[in-house]
Design a protein around this ligand. Structure first.
Ligand code: NAP
Length: 259
C-alpha cells in the first residue's frame, strides 16, 4: 500500500540525521515524498554530514542544532521553531564506548546516566515542548531495538535504555491520548549506521539476523521509513502506545531452524 500524498499539509520535526545512512534520513525522505514539510534537529557530535545533505531534502523548512540532553538547548530550539507540528520523530541514541566494554555489572553510574538521558529521557523532554505545538493532535515516533525486551549480545546498558524508552512510549501515549497525540516506537532490526558501528561485532549480528529472521533478509532504512510514514499518517489514527517490529520477523523466533 502506498501513502503517497497522505501527509500533505502536515509538518514533521525529525531528530537524528547525522549521515545518509541515518534511519532518520530515510524517514525524512519518506515523509517529504508523502507531502510533509520537514524541520530537522541535529547535534553534530563528530562526523555529521547534516549540512551537506539537509539542503537536498524536498520540502525542507529548516534545520537547527540542538543537544537534546540539555534543557536550555531544547528550550531555545523550540522557541526558535515557532511552527505548528503534526509529526515528531525521535531517532536518537547514545552511550559512551566504555558502556560496551565490560560486563553490565560494571556499568558506571556516569555511563548509565548518559545512556538513559540521551536515549530515553530525551523523549519526554522533547514531547513536553512539542505537544503544545500539536494543537490538532499529532504522531510521535521513536526508534527502539529488540535489546529493550530481550538480551541481545553486546547491547548492554543500551538494552536498559531501550526498555525505559518503550515504557515512556506507553506512559506518554496514555497521558497525551486525550489530546489526540499518538506515541509509538518502531523496533528496527539491525542496520549498519554510525550509531550501530559503536556496537562490537555488529557485522556478525547482521549475518546472524539474516540467517534467523523468517524473511531471511536484513532490514533497510527504507523499510523502517515506510512504517514511520504509516504511523505519521491518519491511516494509523487508532494506533498508540505500541512498539511495532520491523525486523523480518526475527523477534518471533524462539529456536531457529537447526539445519
Ligand atoms: P545514527 O545515524 O548514528 O543516528 C543517531 C543520531 O542520534 C545521530 O543523528 C546523533 O547526532 C543523534 N544524537 C545522539 N546524541 C544526541 C544528542 N544529545 N542530541 C541530539 N542528537 C543526538 O544511527 P541510527 O542507527 O540511525 O540511530 C537512530 C535510532 O535508531 C537510534 O535510537 C537507534 O538506537 C535506533 N535503532 C538503530 C538500529 C540500528 O541497527 N542501526 C536498530 C534499532 C534501533 P550526531 O551524530 O549529529 O551527534
Amino acid at each position: 500500500m502506498s501513502y503517497m500524498g497522505s501527509l500533505s499539509g502536515k509538518t514533521a520535526l525529525v531528530f537524528g540525521v547525522a549521515s545518509e545512512t541515518s534511519i532518520a534520513w530515510a524517514i525524512s525522505q519518506e515523509l517529504a515524498k508523502n507531502g510533509a514539510k520537514i524541520w530537522l534537529g541535529y547535534q553534530f557530535r563528530y562526523h555529521s554530514r547534516i549540512k551537506d545533505i539537509a539542503p537536498q531534502l524536498p520540502n525542507l523548512a529548516g534545520y537547527e542544532r540542538c543537544d537534546v540532553s540539555k534543557e536550555e538547548e531544547l528550550e531555545a530550539f523550540f522557541k526558535k521553531l515557532q511552527s505548528p507540528i503534526d509529526i515528531l520523530v525521535h531517532a536518537i541514541a547514545f552511550a559512551p564506548a566504555t558502556a560496551f566494554e565490560g560486563p553490565v555489572l560494571q556499568t558506571s553510574e556516569a555511563d548509565f546516566s548518559q545512556a538513559l538521558t540521551v536515549s530515553s529521557h530525551s523523549l519526554p523532554k522533547m514531547v513536553k515542548y512539542a505537544a503544545p505545538l500539536m494543537s490538532k493532535g499529532g504522531s510521535v515516533i521513536t526508534l527502539t531495538y529488540l535489546g529493550g525486551q530481550r538480551v541481545c549480545a553486546n547491547y548492554k546498558v543500551m538494552g536498559v535504555a531501550k526498555a525505559a524508552l518503550e515504557a515512556y512510549v506507553r506512559e506518554l501515549a496514555h497521558e497525551l491520548g486525550p489530546q489526540k497525540i499518538r506515541v509509538n516506537a518502531i523496533s528496527a532490526g539491525p542496520i549498519k549506521t554510525l550509531a550501530a558501528s559503536g556496537i562490537p561485532n555488529f557485522d556478525l549480528i547482521l549475518d546472524y539476523h539474516k540467517s534467523v529472521a523468517p524473511l531471511r533478509d536484513n532490514v533497510t532504512q527504507e523499510d523502517v521509513a515506510r512504517c514511520a510514514a504509516f504511523l505519521a499518517s491518519d491511516e494509523s489514527r487508532m494506533i498508540t502506545g505500541q512498539t511495532i517490529f520491523v525486523d523480518g520477523g526475527y523477534s518471533i523466533v524462539g529456536v531457529p531452524a537447526l539445519s
